[in-house]
Design a protein. Structure first.
Length: 262
C-alpha cells in the first residue's frame, strides 16, 4: 500500500487554508498511486495557536471532517489528520482516519500530553489502542509523544496493528525521536510506523520535520528533510509477514515477569 506523508505546518489558525493545503497534497499523492495520506498533529487548526485551539475545535463528525471526507472521495485515497476535537466541555488533541469513500474509520484522542502547553489546552484521551482495517491492513492511530512510551506501541503490537500512523508536532531539540526512536519502535514491535511531522517555526516552537516511514526491520523507507515536503513509501504486507516470522520478540515475551510495570 503506497503511503504518503505530508510534512507541513500548513497555515496555523486557518482551517480553510489548511484544507486547501491538504487538498493539493492529496491530488499529488493520488497522482502517484497513493492509497493513504497522513498529515501532522493538529493539522486542521495549527498547533501553537493558544486559545484559538478552543475556538477552532469541533466534533469528530463536524465540518472539518466533512471537508476532509470530500477531499478523500474526490482524490480516491484515505486520509489521516490531526485536529482539535470538541466533545462537550472537553477539547482533545485528536487524529482521525477517513476512507477513500468518505467513511470515518477511526478517531483517536492523544493519551500522553506533552508539556504545560498541551496540558493547559487539552484533556487526555483514555483509549490507548484505536484501529481500523484499510486495504487488508490493520491500521492504528497514535499522536506524537504517545510513541515515546514503549508500552503504548507494544499494546498496538499485541492488538495486531500492522501500520501505526503517528501525526506529530516534534520540536527541537528532540529530533532523535524521528531519527532513532521511531525505527526502533517499528523493529521491536514488528510493524510499520509512519511518523508525520510539522516543520519550521510556530509560536515558541521550532518543528524539526524529518518525517519517516520505518519498516519492521528498523530501516526508514523514506525520510523527509527540514522543509515542507510530501514523501512516499510502500507498506508491504508480505515483507511484514516474513519479518514477523523471522523475529521472535513477540513470541519470546514473558508477561508474567512484567507485573511491576503497572
Amino acid at each position: 500500500m503506497r503511503t504518503a506523508l505530508l510534512q507541513s505546518s500548513g497555515r496555523p489558525g486557518s482551517t480553510v487554508e489548511n484544507l486547501k493545503v491538504l487538498d493539493e497534497a492529496a491530488g499529488r499523492a493520488a497522482a502517484a498511486g497513493t492509497a493513504l495520506l497522513t498529515a501532522p498533529e493538529m493539522f486542521l487548526s495549527g498547533y501553537a495557536i493558544g486559545d484559538d485551539i478552543a475556538r477552532l475545535a469541533e466534533p469528530a463528525d463536524g465540518d472539518g471532517a466533512d471537508a476532509v471526507a470530500d477531499i478523500a472521495t474526490r482524490h480516491g485515497l484515505a486520509i489521516a489528520y490531526g485536529y482539535p476535537e470538541r466533545a462537550g466541555d472537553a477539547v482533545f488533541n485528536s487524529a482521525q482516519l477517513i476512507s477513500a469513500d468518505g467513511t470515518r474509520l477511526a478517531n483517536y484522542r492523544k493519551t500522553h500530553l506533552f508539556g504545560c502547553f498541551e496540558r493547559d489546552h487539552f484533556t487526555p484521551g483514555e483509549q490507548p489502542v484505536v484501529q481500523a482495517r484499510l486495504h487488508g491492513l490493520t491500521v492504528g492511530l497514535m499522536i506524537c509523544y504517545d510513541v515515546e512510551f514503549p508500552e503504548n506501541v507494544r499494546a498496538h503490537a499485541l492488538a495486531g496493528t500492522d501500520l501505526l500512523l503517528v501525526p506529530t508536532a516534534q520540536m527541537h531539540p528532540f529530533q532523535f525521536v524521528a531519527e532513532s526512536l521511531v525505527p526502533v519502535r517499528a523493529f521491536e514491535n514488528q510493524m510499520y510506523v509512519a511518523y508525520v511531522n510539522r516543520v519550521g517555526p510556530e509560536g515558541e516552537f521550532e518543528f524539526v520535520g524529518l518525517s519517516t516511514l520505518a519498516g519492521p526491520d528498523g530501516i526508514a523507507r523514506t525520510r523527509a528533510g527540514r522543509g515542507e515536503e510530501l514523501v512516499l513509501a510502500d507498506v508491504d504486507p508480505a515483507f511484514l509477514a516474513a519479518s514477523r516470522e523471522a523475529n521472535p520478540y513477540l513470541r519470546d515475551r514473558r508477561p508474567g515477569l512484567y507485573g511491576s510495570l503497572v
